[in-house]
Design a protein around this ligand. Structure first.
Ligand SMILES: [Zn+2]
Ligand SMILES: [Zn+2]
Length: 472
């Protein structure tokens, strides 16, 4: 196990040092960005307690498969683009330039950042834009845009996966019981994913149809005040699309203003922004010392696992974040006037025609630190990154504890087991956790407690797993 516990604190501090170089003592309850997020976003108590539970309690209380499934479903529902949930001409969920599977941010956080106008909304992009289009042509093109991009209905990975009746919640019937327990779990998870994929398509289709229907009705209604005011007015569509900008990552054309990278002030659409995230937890890349044997990842101390913050897609500065300055010429949808009643100011129409090159200016603010209250970082929209790292550390610690348990029991069975003679305790007693309490070194004591705790947790886990199988 190595010096597991001592290294935990060291690596924690080393990590915190990246974002807060002074006073990063281990007594702080949460990391910097987490505290900042709570301070500046005015998150509800509900969201706060959820963040706490994913942050620390999760380590000790594992969620049941059903709980996790329903959480995934409710996340997916928040990723449906709804025409009546708009902000300044954009929406609260992505248009679909990237596949469903790639959307793993916290949707409730991103939705609240958009409605708070701290992040650009998800606009429907244009494939291209021609400055010679007339007002009427542009309005017609925008009016014909779908709420969401087409989705691959039968991705290869789900080709042979049965999805059964989507209205039936219990999917255990679909699992092949002749498979091993491990294979059954794998199959169940694949069935769940395939069904969720199908459900998302249906949820979005329903919304697309409602949007289309409402647009057709609005065309038939001669009295503008009787039309559905959740639909954007022609003025609103013209105002936002006549002066747009290309996102340098997805090369699609979006209404202005977009988000700008905090470091090098490059534009980035929200859909691309939510794709940028930390890499998976890994061991630090060591310099190879040819005189020493190479340590396997399996043998390394789990507390040395690290997770590095995302870097800027343009200039590679660590701790990627963006700023956003909401438009001054429109405040529609949530927190503003109904999109259907938006009327462009007469002088604005004229000004914008003569000032098209204005879109090249970019933000008027200088670079900002990741701690700046105006900055939204990649970590803020995935607050569970720390819990994921802890979970991975714990997983490795448990695996290592299991190996230790097997090792100890081997020694108990065979008194001549070679490792018994290697025992570091002079007393010659069995080096299990209990007897080594006699050792006065506090570090050894702590380490033993940790091994005991890890063994206990893996037993509890095993017990839970058995129970959940019985109850199915
Ligand atoms: Zn983009
Ligand atoms: Zn940058």
């Amino acid at each position: 196990m190595g010096n597991a516990l001592t290294k935990l604190d060291e690596s924690e501090n080393a990590f915190k040092g990246r974002s807060a170089s002074i006073g990063s003592g281990s007594t702080r309850p949460t990391n910097v960005s987490e505290r900042r997020r709570r301070m500046h976003m005015g998150i509800s108590n509900n969201a706060r307690s959820r963040t706490n539970s994913t942050g620390s309690q999760l380590m000790y209380k594992k969620k049941s498969t059903r709980e996790r499934d329903s959480m995934k479903e409710s996340f997916a529902k928040q990723l449906v683009v709804r025409y009546n949930e708009s902000v300044d001409g954009g929406y609260l969920a992505p248009h679909g330039c990237y596949t469903f599977e790639k959307l793993d941010y916290d949707p409730s956080l991103v939705r609240s950042l958009i409605t708070a106008r701290k992040l650009a909304p998800f606009y429907i992009p244009l494939q291209d834009f021609d400055e010679s289009w007339t007002r009427e042509e542009l309005i017609k093109i925008v009016d014909g845009l779908p709420l969401h991009a087409a989705v691959n209905e039968n991705p290869e990975e789900f080709e042979d996966t049965p999805i059964g009746n989507l209205k039936v919640q219990n999917i255990d019937e679909l699992v092949d019981k002749s498979l091993s327990k491990k294979e059954q779990r794998k199959q169940r998870s694949k069935i769940f994913k395939a069904r969720l994929h199908r459900k998302r398509i249906l949820w979005q289709e329903q919304e697309n149809e409602a949007f289309l229907e409402q647009k057709l009705e609005a065309k038939k209604e001669p009295n503008p005040s009787k039309r559905n005011l959740a639909l954007p007015s022609a003025d609103l569509n013209h105002t936002i699309y006549k002066k747009g900008i290309e996102c340098p990552i997805c090369f699609l054309y979006y209404p202005e203003p977009l988000n700008y990278s905090r470091c090098c002030l490059q534009p980035i659409c929200t859909e691309c922004f939510v794709q940028i995230k930390r890499g998976d937890p890994h061991f630090p890349h060591e310099e190879v010392d040819p005189t020493k044997p190479v340590t396997n990842d399996d043998e390394k101390d789990p507390n040395l696992l690290i997770s590095e913050p995302a870097s800027c897609a343009y200039c590679a500065t660590p701790n990627f974040g963006v700023t956003y300055q909401p438009p001054e010429n429109r405040k529609t949808g949530i927190g503003g006037t109904p999109p259907g009643s938006y009327k462009a100011a007469h002088d604005e129409e004229k000004a914008s025609v003569s000032n098209r090159s204005g879109s090249e200016e970019g933000p008027k603010t200088p670079s900002k630190s990741p701690e700046d209250p105006e900055v939204v970082t990649s970590d803020m929209i995935r607050p569970d990154w720390k819990a994921k790292l802890d979970k991975e550390r714990l997983r490795l610690a448990r695996r290592s504890a299991n190996a230790t348990a097997i090792h100890v029991s081997n020694q108990l069975v065979s008194p001549d087991h070679p490792s018994r003679r290697d025992s570091t305790t002079d007393s010659g007693s069995i080096p299990n956790a209990r007897s080594s309490r006699l050792v006065t070194n506090p570090m050894v004591e702590l380490e033993n407690q940790m091994v005991e705790q890890a063994i206990r947790l893996s037993l509890v886990d095993e017990e839970e797993r058995k129970n959940s199988q019985v109850h199915r």
